[in-house]
Design a binder for this molecule. Structure first.
Ligand code: ZJS
Length: 258
């Protein structure tokens, strides 16, 4: 079928969504005209196909915001830690030491130990990143975040923690912290990421969990003894940062410096 001539064009009707047209076809509303119509209802924004678009846009937004970040470490820990707690003080020191080593700090952007790590990074003049999450009891991004990205979906946000960091430092925390820790451990265990150091800070805090993994999970054959090598333990910020920089982030830094 040849392209329409000027004189015939007005009788050719486009076939919806195909880029094709039919001569003398029934007149039909163009895509532009449909787009510009005021919708009668907003109900479509609560449908799964629309959600898929929103999920896609979270990944695009995250990739765009973080693509240029360079070496970075994600720091996790309780949202409930108070500024006078030793965990908060360690979190600040972790943030500061990472920045002094030339590494950006990524956190969940919330209060507590996330705030501590962002604060340490920001006070040291480094890149302090917060990946915020919409929660029913939202508190907003902490004031020490220099580059913030907001997410509606935990799974999109968790992808960013792994994709744009070369290791995790995990301070004491609750269920959210365990969720992030176990996600990373499974990614290493199943070979989805390689050379990804995970450092748990504060041996006393983590010991009962690790004892249970060893005495019950390993004994019952549910995990391999070697799986315990997926993470390392530290008691101080200095130790934690040194251990995490022994991995890929450290290699990237060395490559940048040479
Ligand atoms: C005081 C309070 C409950 C505030 C919640 N505000 C939050 N803001 C941002 N991320 C959060 C928040 N709560 C949990 N998370 C996520 O879960 C982790 C901490 O959870 P948790 O306190 O260990 O279980 C954080 O690393 C973060 O990724």
């Amino acid at each position: 079928m040849s392209a329409p001539t000027e004189s015939s064009r007005h009788t050719n009707s486009p076939l919806p969504g195909s880029g094709a047209w039919r001569k003398n076809g029934a007149t039909h509303q163009t895509a532009d005209a449909k787009l510009l119509e005021t919708p009668r209802s907003s109900a479509f924004t609560h449908t799964d196909p629309w959600r898929v678009m929103r999920i896609q846009s979270e990944f695009v937004q995250g990739f765009d915001a973080l693509a240029e970040v360079g070496p970075a470490i994600s720091v996790f820990g309780s949202a409930r830690t108070k500024p006078d707690s030793p965990y908060y003080i360690t979190g600040m020191e972790v943030g500061r030491r990472l920045v002094e080593a030339g590494v950006a700090v990524i956190t969940g952007g919330g209060p507590g130990s996330m705030e501590a790590a962002n604060r340490g990074a920001a006070e040291a003049g480094g890149l302090s990143i917060g990946l915020g999450i919409e929660l029913p009891f939202e508190q907003g991004m902490n004031e020490w975040v220099g580059l913030g990205v907001d997410f509606r979906y935990f799974f999109a946000r968790k992808t960013m923690f792994v994709k744009y960091a070369q290791g995790f430092i995990v301070l004491p925390g609750g269920l959210g912290t365990l969720d992030e820790l176990f996600e990373a451990m499974v990614l290493v265990q199943t070979g989805k990421v390689s050379s990804f150091p995970i450092v748990l800070v504060d041996r006393n805090f983590w010991a009962p969990l690790l004892d249970w993994i060893r005495s019950t999970m390993v004994t019952e054959g549910l995990v391999s003894p070697g799986d315990l090598d997926i993470f390392s333990l530290a008691d101080t910020a200095e130790e934690a940062v040194a251990l995490v920089l022994a991995g890929k982030a450290g290699e990237q830094l060395a490559a940048q410096e040479s």
